[in-house]
Design a protein. Structure first.
Length: 289
């Protein structure tokens, strides 16, 4: 159970009133209900007993390991889907009280026969590098500002199509966590800690989305994971979902995974980061989808 879940759940046990807990903690009643429900997963006596017998006190930090009994030694590995879902739930919980932005005004004349696609691949926000022309560091702040400026130029020069699609095609963040390692163990040059990287990345993407929404009547946003931000991309995706939950003109694609596929008229638009398979092997899968 996370410290926040413990705090909310203990207060709920004391008051037996979710509305009162919401008032005392200055959060929404919906957030209290969701947190209590998640906390109760760890109160189940059978789950607590099984974990205690195996010497496991905190399921959230587990990845894999050995369970040793008198008669056998068993290797276990946590299901990947459960880990991703739990991480998603905890990010949603932390963001449930974010106030959504008001409706964004748009231009009135649109061409319904065309769609504008803005592909944002391999931004690697958070990477540290030297800029050859000046010798100065290429910082997270510079990367975020460069992305916003680039999107603004593209939007301003695009036709007034009714539909706009922003595809964040993986490796939007340079590092996945504060270990600063790739999945295969290679050391990454990073500019700052992951929390600051995620904040900068969220702010930059929000600005890009709102620039696009000022021109297009409907904006679809797809955020695909890459091999550098295989888990951290979830934080960006959930933050965007919460920010635009009251804006019907902005749709954040809900599914978590490696692919983006859609149809527009007689056209198929598909995207993948490129780390799972080569194009010639992907084509039949994408067509089938």
């Amino acid at each position: 159970m996370t410290p926040r879940q413990r705090e909310v759940y203990d207060l709920f046990l004391k008051t037996n009133n979710k509305r009162e807990v919401a008032r005392l903690l200055n959060i929404s009643e919906a957030a209290v209900r969701a947190t209590v429900m998640r906390a109760e997963r760890y109160i189940d006596p059978s789950v607590a007993s099984a974990m205690s017998d195996a010497g496991m006190q905190d399921v959230e930090i587990l990845h894999s390991g050995w369970i040793k009994t008198e008669s056998a030694s068993l290797y276990f590995k946590m299901p990947k889907d459960d880990v991703v879902q739990d991480l998603t739930d905890r990010i949603k919980e932390a963001m449930e009280d974010i106030k959504p932005i008001p409706v964004i005004h748009r231009v009135e004349l649109h061409d319904e026969d065309i769609m504008t696609v803005y592909p944002l691949f391999d931004a690697h926000i958070g990477m540290r590098a030297k800029r050859e022309e000046s010798g100065e560091d290429y910082t997270t702040e510079i990367a975020a500002q460069r992305l916003m400026n680039g999107v603004a130029k593209c939007v301003s020069s695009s036709p007034s199509s009714k539909f706009g699609v922003i595809i964040v095609g993986g490796d939007y963040l340079h590092h996945n966590d504060n270990t600063n390692l790739t999945q295969s163990g290679h050391v990454l040059d990073v500019d700052t800690r992951i929390e600051a990287t995620i904040e900068a990345a969220i702010n930059a993407l929000a600005a890009a989305i709102e620039i696009a929404a000022s021109k297009h009547e409907k904006v679809l946003v797809s955020i695909i994971k890459g091999n550098h931000d295989r888990d951290a991309y979830i934080a960006v995706k959930v933050a965007m979902s919460q920010r635009y939950r009251d804006n019907p003109r902005i749709e954040i694609q809900k599914n978590f995974g490696d692919f983006f596929i859609m149809e527009f008229g007689l056209c198929m638009i598909a995207a993948h980061h490129g780390d799972k398979a080569k194009a010639e092997k992907l084509v039949m899968h994408l067509a089938s989808e």
